[in-house]
Design a binder for this molecule. Sequence first.
Ligand code: ATP
Ligand code: MG
Length: 768
Amino acid sequence: MQNLLHNLNPEQLAAVTLPSQSALILAGAGSGKTRVLTTRIAWLIQTGQVSPAGIMAVTFTNKAAKEMLTRLSSMLPINTRGMWIGTFHGLCNRLLRTHYKDAALPQAFQILDSQDQLSLIKRMLKAHNVDDEKYPAKALMYFINNAKEQGLRANRLEPNDPIERRMIELYELYEGQCQREGVVDFAELLLRSYELLARNGPLRHHYQMRFRHILVDEFQDTNDLQYNLLKLLAGHDEEGGGAIFAVGDDDQSIYAFRGANVGNMQAFEREFRVKNLIKLEQNYRSYGHILDSANYLIANNTKRLGKNLRTDAGQGEQVRVYEASSDLEEAQWIIEEAKSLTNEGVPRSEIAILYRSNAQSRVIEHALFAAGLPYTVYGGLRYFQRAEVKHAIAYLQLMDNPHNDSAFLRVVNFPTRGIGARSIEQLQMAADSYGISLYAAVPYMTGKAGSSLGNFVKLVESARFETQQLPLPELVRVVLERSGLLLHYQNEKEGADRIENLEQMVNAATQFVQEEGFGQGAPAHLGPPALPQAGEAIVNQDGIEILDADAPLANVMSPLSAFLTHASLEAGDAQAQAGQDALQLMTVHSAKGLEFDAVFITGLEEGLFPHESSARELDGVDEERRLMYVAITRARKRLYMSFTQQRMLHGQTRFNMKSRFFDELPEESLKWLSPRVQTNWFAGRKQTTAWDDAAFRDGSDNKIAQQITQKSGNGSGWRVGETVAHAKFGEGVIVNIEGGAGAARAQINFGSAGMKVLDLSIAKLERV
Ligand code: ATP
Ligand code: MG
């Protein structure tokens, strides 16, 4: 047995070996929080204080859960399969699968991702003739999720005005619709679990007695519902509850927009009467310049619990800062730097390219693709969200639960089989009037619509019948054929990629069956084997047996149900690009908890990072700063930052100033790579002398000269050549004006303050 405790510093050792009471480990990035949490699990098991079944550990992503399980298996000779380590959603799913009856769910309930949820809401609004200008689907979705995250059902909400009254009614209708279809959204997974435990005393008591140790990573980003669920599970208000070991960093709280409440840390300390509060301040991840940057930056936030980071690793290299002329040029620069990193021997998977918004990835991806550099995108359009894959999944969903209306509508006429919008409308009306699913309403349809819909139902039924004895991967293959999807894409001009993606699904199914411990040939459809298997039987006060959710998923779900769950819960994880050493692209949000040798933080411009939406929110810029802190602290050895003078975003060219965060970093830790050459936007030419008359007289620059003279009568009220004054930049000369009245931008040479591009409708300029 190896010694788990060497390689820990004294504070870490103290944290790992705390007595069985609730504890809070509050520590900065890279100080070993996750490592301490994992080691504590191993230590508790190794010293016999708890069995693997007595542990529950909550991670922020599925990837983190997998990593934790792998680390545990390497530390201990135990079978980690069946251990309760996962995300809140994953763990709740497991609970609900086992106790579906008590939770009033159908056994094969399916999970709606946010895309499905939105389309269900849209459909519902239409069916009830709701004015979608007044009640936009997105707003309603936000309203519903928000209510659920506060633990509130429709009947517990009090309307303040007629609009809210209607929203609450729609919330109720939505719940009815979900229940009829046998589907649950993400927030519902949590709320249903909470209610199940809150209402069912024996069940709650059972799990309270079972989970003696609950460990939570990234505690600063729990929302109120998650916190309350933890309180229930730990038996906070009851005799003999378990202990919660929470680790977190208030400076990395970055999910307030999704209801996360950093106040939960203080609430936890108070409500659980935490005696053990440990701070870790030694950073093991990054070199000095990187860490100094992080410390300087975050010191600009005022509301902090207070801690600092130090390292013994030495200063390392300075942070390299690059000012690009455009987003295209920024991407080129990234590629050049990434190439030289790989030449230096850094594996591609150790290079991360981070951006604030998903929309920024397009240009970078395009450039990487053109340069032939392999890359993986986290949290972008994930494999299971691609259109063709969603179609195939919809067929599988119908075979598992035909009452899933979203799945039904997605494929009832895809590939086309002559079922028109009118028929669907009639079907929808029949379903609404009987209060049943679309699938169940098909027999009520007559005429041509009735027969074509009937054929669709027959297709699904016969596919189910034929595949009854087949293992999952083969079932998937049959469904791809029988549905007509493969044929459809074969006939499509650019269908080759899509076919490849569909065929990937057979591999995904094979891998899934292996990883989850389903027998190789286990029929995909068969319901779960008789329970309980690995789990203990619990008997409640009335002598009725309750099943325990101890067993691996294989014991509570059919392979098909489990696979569909996997497809919906996989959110946020990398898209499949198996086995390739690829650059890692992701938003800063999805980089939380990860670390890389080299990190690029791109698009550091005002309006982008900090994001413009932050200006409207209370605490908005502070949250952006925490996000920047997360970004900086991902880097081990080398950190790059870049910003550009102009970029295309959402179809518009934007001219942003460099991020205010640069002013908050220690100058001595930064190395400005480019001479701060100002660029003219004409044809992407780099030139320092665009405003030099001589350049314009030169024949080759005739075009530019022409453009400039033409622009003089541009309707903006300003003239090229005019001298202006700006409050911040001082006096300058207008070098060029682009765009017409109302949307004009001027390039202005402010001398020592540099060349700037300003939006004339916003910039406050004065004539001199
Ligand atoms: P974050 O806040 O980003 O989630 P964290 O506090 O969870 O960071 P870890 O990811 O656990 O930090 O650790 C950061 C790095 O430091 C890891 O590579 C980890 O293996 C290493 N590390 C942690 N503690 C030690 C130690 N005592 N000796 C050597 N390396 C360590
Ligand atoms: Mg961590």
